[in-house]
Design a protein around this ligand. Sequence first.
Ligand SMILES: [Zn+2]
Length: 399
Amino acid sequence: MNTQVIRNVRPMGTAAVDVLINTSVIEAVLPAGSASPELPCLIDGQGQLLLPALVESHVHLDKTLWALPWRPNSAGPTRNDRISNEQVLLKDFAIPIAERAGPLIEHCIARGSLYFRSHVDVQTAWGLRHVEAMLALRQRYQHLIDLQLVAFPQGGMLIQPGTEELMEQALALGVDLVGGIDPAAIDRDPVRHLETIFGMAQRHDRGVDIHLHDPGDLGRWEIERIADMTQAHGLQGRVMISHAYALGAFAPSDLLGLADRLAELGIAIMTCAPPQVTVPPVAMLRSRGVTVCSGSDGIRDTWSPMGNGDMLERAMLIALRFGWSKDEDLAMAFDIASAGGAQAMGIANYGLGVGCQSRLLLLPAENLAESVVSRSLQRTVISNGRIVARDGAFVTNPA
Ligand SMILES: [Zn+2]
């Protein structure tokens, strides 16, 4: 018998229940105390909050310096400074990616994230080295997490001849999505950049996830072109625009038509809600039906020493960025770090209902709002019928 019971937990802060799971699936949800005492008990939740595992929709695991001694940031102030600084530092970096990204994945699991989308650098400076390392890590942790990979031309695509071919090879090796970056500011030819990545996505039957920092009118024009190309290439529901700073440069009331178009085409918006730039108006976008998700972006890498891979903290930072304090707004921040990400990433059977995946997070809090505000580290994480983290620490040998 594979059925186990999680006793006395409160799904999303509602009344206490017992949850029956069969390895990877939620089989039944019963009033607390009514599950058969014969069933093996995976954990007695003692009235804790039960949540679906968190969703890290945008991270750069391959570039982290996690698990290494502290390293002062040496990058210059511009995006191009950071790109060239990173190329110099990472080209011949002594510590393998697996020894940095592996511990970071385990740390993120311990904070409750079991779904990830990681952009993976594809650069002529190091070819497919990062892709190969991340594919191996995906294999190593596949029994615990879902990990989507994006072929990401960090150094530019058109301006770095050979990158396009490397991206094609990355897709052939099993990378899930086609990436892109600032078609104007970095690649200097927005139409050709977008035509290239959308054409590649269509040929390989993959989705698109594009980094778009281009600001103001320029960025808005590019978002409109992304919408056009999503429609023209039949990629509805498979496109994400990461950052989309430009959407924060306009009054939300000026963006209603564009928001409706994004919603209609199933184009998701990812924001980390950084404090120093304009950010998309997420409440308005959600009210028009746009899927909004979030992520850590870089975590302790050559770009910035910031980041801790905690998606509950990211939810708090989103709330802080928009000045949210009402329970319903804090619950919205939680949703962006969980169900919004699942929707944006196309994860099936996400949630706490019967038939959903049994990838779960327990922590002591009254409700979603308190979970975001308190960010308790007393987290228990369950994946595939096993407790994989307890009190914020990873406990399972992933081998
Ligand atoms: Zn990024």
